[in-house]
Write a protein that binds this ligand. Structure first.
Ligand code: TYC
Length: 335
């Protein structure tokens, strides 16, 4: 963080980046073939583009896939592995030579966030490990707590999990907070990561984010439909406690770490990185992917014009195809 400590607020400082296209290194546009009609949502009266709208959409889409007792289209094993003193739950499928770790977003877990990848990515090419970070999903106990370095801790748990499962080298797909912990893992363990696919991540907390937290913090403003999947997963009390913890720790990162989530890790990411940019992501403004693209050495950004925060769920077929093409190329080059 030392390098950036002179900046009063990173978000303000780097806002100009989103207007400055000369930072683009390799950038591709993707056409979303899916043309689903927009859903009508209840309660909170969100307008398109508002953070709650995106959250609601994520919840609705994940609730479609969230029924944990539903038989899966393919065999997925639910397993536990003790790492760093706790039992980490993970889902495993596939028998391919290429190990791929999936890292979920805030409050999410393997089954809520990656049902479409667990069922959709090739089981012949990949061995897929989707992890529930500690305190999320079925990686309880312990309950989750919120040290300011909670994403570093998730990164260490994930690296330890893959080591314990005897995967010395693997690729990672990381979404949102999972993208952030994945960038930390890759920066700290460059020798272990074959390639990286990230989307919905943010490497710093900006003024914009602080305003966003104010809008989404109060659970009373969430519609029942929005809350229900989390309540089903965690129960009302634990969900409320976790959400408060997550919002608080973002503020702590802003105040105590000058907003730095994982900026220092970016130059240490040596592997080839595919950054999928949901152009309509209402949670993560465009300055964030542009910043990542600028600071990750070997980074290709693909713009998804219709993509929102949950693009891997909404456009799962296209997303999986894009990820597979990238993963396969990187894997063949390292052989
Ligand atoms: N990182 C959050 C997640 O994992 C999404 C998010 C990003 C929320 C930025 C707010 O300002 C924000 N779902």
């Amino acid at each position: 963080m030392a390098r950036f400590s002179s900046c009063h607020r990173l978000g303000t400082l780097f806002k100009h980046i989103s207007h400055n296209s000369q930072h683009l290194k390799a950038e591709t546009n993707i056409k979303s073939s899916s043309s689903r009609s927009m859903h009508t949502f209840l309660a909170v009266a969100q307008t398109r583009g508002s953070p709650l709208f995106d959250l609601e959409e994520r919840c609705k889409l994940t609730s479609i896939t969230r029924n944990l007792s539903r038989p899966s289209a393919r065999h997925i094993s639910s397993l536990k592995q003790r790492v760093n003193g706790i039992d980490i739950h993970y889902e495993k499928t596939g028998e391919g030579d290429h190990p791929v770790l999936l890292m979920p977003g805030a409050l999410g877990c393997a089954r809520t966030d990656f049902e479409h990848q667990l069922n959709g990515l090739s089981r012949e090419k990949y061995t897929i490990i989707a992890m529930d970070p500690r305190g999320y999903g079925k990686s309880r106990p312990p309950d989750r707590d919120w040290p300011v370095n909670f994403l570093q801790r998730d990164a260490e748990d994930a690296a330890a999990l893959m080591k314990a499962l005897s995967f010395p080298r693997y690729s990672i797909l990381g979404w949102s907070d999972g993208a952030n912990s994945t960038m930390i893992l890759s920066g700290a363990n460059p020798g272990n990561v074959i390639s990286l696919v990230i989307w919905g991540g943010n490497s710093y907390v900006s003024d914009h984010d602080m305003k966003l937290y104010k809008a989404i913090e109060n659970l009373e403003k969430w519609s029942p439909r929005m809350k229900q999947p989390f309540v089903d997963l965690y129960g009302e009390e634990y969900f409320q406690r976790m959400w408060a913890g997550w919002c608080n720790v973002q503020r702590e990162i802003f105040n105590k770490r000058n907003g730095d989530i994982c900026i220092g890790s970016l130059p240490n990411i040596k592997c080839s990185t595919l950054l999928v940019n949901g152009v309509k992501d209402a949670l993560v403004p465009q300055e964030q992917p542009l910043f990542l693209q600028k600071h990750i050495v070997n980074c290709r950004m693909v713009n998804w014009p219709e993509g929102k925060h949950n693009l891997h769920i909404r456009y799962s077929k296209e997303f999986n195809a894009l990820a597979e093409e990238f993963l396969d190329k990187e894997f063949s080059q390292q052989l």
